[in-house]
Design a protein. Structure first.
Ligand SMILES: [Zn+2]
Length: 584
């Protein structure tokens, strides 16, 4: 059982645009995204995704839901698997949920201070670089200009145990240890973590300094030293150079993942601005999702040696479930002894980009590695090849790519495609067009009930204000309103009923069609802000009260005041029962 609060946190953390665009090419249109619906065949896009409300709706076939629902419907995953998949792409553990402790809350408060400390440290290191002819000579020796050094805000940490004292007179401040700048040694001695190193600030997506990478100037160990994990810096989530690379990635349609920050900077110096680096960790799903969201193509660049191929294999495994059909993932192995820095310096931009164009495809790399493990000349070898392929082919999420790989596997193993599919135990093709066939988007109903229903989605809890006895019982939108009210009443904490949580509840509702149509109408057609929608909602409520026939209204008043006769109470009860019949 997945705790409700975990699911809500997860939905707050993932971005549905991110999730959907792994499978569907989305275009921005105003505040929302639009694309061709993956659930029915269409030529003009009617599939709409709201980044603000975190749900999708297809005006053609009525498909509707949040990120979890999308993965379930599109990748054919079960509920728990869809949540797991999302959690792993968001870097979240599937836990026994633990409530946030007071220490956590205090830590959050402190983060703002830590950002300021990191910023000040960066300025200090940059100023020190200007004072160090040796560090400047080193960077120049690697072909870097002052302009590139400034763009990446490169600095220098002096060869001194406590040089940061100059920037932080309160060197004893616990926060310096907390953000990884100062190390607390044994016997309480404190010293700078980075000494005599070229300093590469690591920036968050918003451009704040969250960590540093330090490289030795000459020989020495370790060659690279990174900030430790801190409240600001989580290695598996961050990518070095992304802020600087973002525009170039968009322009080139390509993101290149290399291993070191020196590679990123050198490539930028030579005109390849779309490179980023992971930070001393293997590639994670968070890295891949982040980059695939920006780029049309992802290329990993690794050294050609055994360690490089091992790291590449790890990147492949992470990418299998994340790579969409329209965004190829490829692998570039450099000649032995070269890294991107040395290669681009020796051969220049054009030669490097030629290598990129010839980079190995994801399927090519996968099949080559699998083939190398088995002897395809023997039946036993082909059987073991099939067995080894199974786990990997099963994890390919993109339907088109999976089909292509299955065909290749079948040919190599000398079996038919159907036999391969059975042996690889593939769940049936992804669920396309499983939903109702496309129908034209009907005009919105004009009833007061419908208008109320749509606006009730503006804020959780609004539905509770509706007196359902006043609604016209025979309308489908009335029944939907009654159900919505029940959904809100059942929620343990109505304030947490965000649109994306509601989208999921609606999917299981008896009146899902009307409810999802109304939720979509408010967000994609009426386009009212929450305040606007709420005030219209209240006007409509007032209109509803006024609409009540005068006689009925008088009757209600008498019953509520306790002055009605037995006959009047009976008539009133009959009306109530009629309204009740519409409850689900
Ligand atoms: Zn559709």
């Amino acid at each position: 059982m997945i705790p409700e609060s975990f699911k809500q946190d997860l939905l707050n953390r993932v971005d549905i645009v991110d999730v959907v665009s792994r499978y569907v090419q989305l275009k921005k249109g105003g505040a929302n995204y639009l694309g061709l619906c993956p659930f029915h065949n269409e030529k003009t896009p009617s599939f709409t995704v709201s980044p603000a409300k975190q749900f999708y709706h297809c005006f053609g076939c009525g498909a509707h839901g949040n990120a979890i629902g999308f993965l379930m419907a599109h990748a054919g995953l079960g509920y728990v698997d869809a949540v797991k998949e999302l959690a792993s792409s968001a870097g979240m553990q599937m836990p026994e949920f633990q409530p946030r402790s007071p220490e956590d809350a205090a830590r959050r408060e402190r983060q703002t201070d830590l950002y300021a400390l990191m910023e000040r440290a960066m300025e200090f290191y940059r100023a020190e670089l200007k004072k160090s002819p040796r560090a400047i000579a080193y960077l120049k020796g690697r072909g870097l200009t002052g302009e590139i050094a400034a763009r990446f805000r490169i600095g220098y940490a002096p060869d001194d145990w406590q040089s940061l004292r100059a920037a932080f007179p309160q060197y004893e401040d616990k926060a310096l240890v907390e953000c990884g700048l100062v190390v607390q040694g044994e016997e309480g001695k404190r010293y700078d973590r980075f000494r005599d190193r070229i300093m590469f600030p690591i920036l968050s997506a918003r451009g704040a300094v969250i960590g540093f990478g330090g490289r030795v100037l000459g020989e020495g160990e370790p060659k690279y030293l990174n900030s430790p994990e801190t409240p600001l810096f989580e290695k598996g989530r961050e990518v070095y150079g992304l802020v600087q690379a973002r525009d170039a990635v968009r322009a080139a349609g390509r993101a290149l993942v290399v291993e070191g920050y020196m590679d990123v900077v050198a490539l930028a110096q030579f005109g390849i601005g779309y490179a980023v680096a992971t930070l001393g960790t293997a590639t994670t799903p968070v890295h891949v999702s982040k980059l695939l969201r920006l780029a049309d193509e992802l290329v990993y660049c690794f050294d050609g040696d055994a360690a490089g191929r091992k790291a590449a294999w790890r990147a492949l495994e992470v990418s299998l479930p994340l790579a969409p059909d329209n965004k190829p993932v490829r692998f570039l192995f450099l000649p032995e002894g070269d890294d991107p820095d040395s290669y681009v310096r020796a051969h220049g931009k054009d030669a490097f980009e030629r290598l990129l164009r010839d980079a190995q495809t994801l399927s090519g790399f996968l099949l080559a590695e699998l083939r190398a493990q088995s002897d395809l000349a023997t039946p036993e070898g082909r059987a073991s090849f099939l067995a080894a392929a199974k786990r990997h082919v099963q994890r390919i999420a993109a339907g088109g790519l999976r089909l292509q790989v299955v065909k290749e596997v079948a040919e190599l193993a000398r079996v038919s495609q159907q036999e391969a599919e059975r042996l690889l135990e593939l769940p049936g093709a992804p669920i396309y067009a499983k939903r109702a066939p496309a129908r034209a988007s009907a005009p919105l109903p004009l009833s007061l009930e419908w208008k109320l229903l749509a606006r009730a989605f503006a804020r959780p809890g609004l539905a509770l204000e509706i007196d359902t006895a006043l609604l016209s019982a025979e309308l489908p939108e009335t029944q939907a309103l009654v159900e919505l009210k029940a959904l809100v009443e059942e929620a343990p904490d109505p304030a947490r009923l965000t649109d994306s949580v509601l989208a999921e509840r609606i999917e299981r509702a008896a009146h899902r069609e009307v409810l999802s149509r109304a939720q979509a109408a408010l967000n994609f057609e009426l386009r009212l802000g929450a305040d606007e929608a709420e005030s219209e909602f209240r006007e409509l409520l007032a209109a509803l009260e006024r609409r009540e026939p005068e006689a009925d209204r008088a009757l209600r008043q008498r019953v509520l005041k306790g002055v009605a006769t037995a006959d009047e109470r009976r008539r009133f009860e009959e009306k109530m029962i009629a309204a009740q019949r519409n409850r689900p």
